[in-house]
Write a protein that binds this ligand. Structure first.
Ligand code: HEM
Length: 236
């Protein structure tokens, strides 16, 4: 725990320097897993809990409770859980900064990968059960329906982040890794647009407004921190 807190203080002191930040994340990637004793059991608990959305779908499937339109149920459920995991992943850094508990950062990669996992299930349901692998139909849909266009763009970006998430890639890409992983902000914005557009057609904007407000808070907090650090760096 002590070493975790020390590492946060150190990296936060360097937070305003991009080179130092990359060096810190590269060093973190090389460092063996050390830290608070609660982290490993908590990570196991989160790892298990994150299967709940899929387990629920399977349970509803085998007990015939997926409703009149099971494909719609599965598409919507996996879509919503992708968004939930995106929000939780984006909440990790503010949580660390606000609480000073560096160990929270050790959950971020796993949470991001669960967002990717549910996005893959979401897209696969669409690809398989909605479009029956009809690539021409899918390409037409991506070009014609804006909510599908932005959802697809978000998914492509998520693939890039998931593919570069292993520690070896953090080391290999160095400074570029950090720039690439800023795409998470674009993904968050596209995900809200996707949800908003889809629900606007149904005149039901309550949930998109709630998730939109959460996303604005999460991204706005980062913008505020960035502006504050920039102001500090400016010569007076
Ligand atoms: C990061 C990527 C994505 C996120 C976060 C996301 C999120 C969502 C959400 C929250 C919903 C609405 C769920 C509800 O009604 O409660 C949804 C619905 C939907 N999404 Fe996505 N989505 C993503 C990518 C995609 C992609 C790549 C496709 C297909 C190319 C897609 C196709 C759909 C479809 C067809 C629906 C359901 C529309 C309906 O039932 O009328 N999504 N998605």
């Amino acid at each position: 725990m002590a070493s975790d807190t020390q590492s946060v203080t150190h990296s936060e002191r360097n937070a305003s320097r991009p080179q130092a930040r990359v060096a810190a994340s590269t060093a973190a990637a090389r460092r063996p897993a050390v830290g608070a004793r609660w982290v490993v059991p908590a990570k196991i608990a989160v790892f298990i809990a994150a299967w709940y959305p899929l387990a629920r779908i399977v349970l509803f499937g085998v007990t015939d409770r997926l409703g009149a339109n099971p494909i719609e149920f599965i598409t919507r459920s996996t879509g919503l859980w992708t968004l939930v995991f995106l929000c939780i992943t984006l909440a990790v850094t503010p949580l660390r900064r606000l609480t000073g508990v560096a160990a929270f950062m050790r959950f971020r990669r796993m949470l991001g990968l669960y967002a990717f996992f549910y996005a893959t299930l979401h897209f696969t349901t669409y690809l398989w059960f909605d479009k029956w692998f009809d690539v021409a139909e899918i390409v037409k849909d991506i070009g014609k329906r804006p909510f599908i266009t932005v959802g697809f763009a978000a998914f492509v970006l998520l693939i890039a982040l998931a593919a570069t998430s292993p520690r070896a890639m953090v080391r290999k890409l160095g400074r570029r890794w950090q720039s690439l992983h800023r795409a998470i902000y674009v993904i968050g914005t596209l995900a809200i647009l996707h949800f908003w557009w889809m629900k606007a057609g149904k005149h039901d904007l309550i949930l998109p407004k709630i998730y939109g407000a959460i996303m604005v808070a999460l991204l706005g907090w980062r913008l505020m921190v960035w502006l504050r650090e920039r102001r500090k760096l400016k010569p007076h």
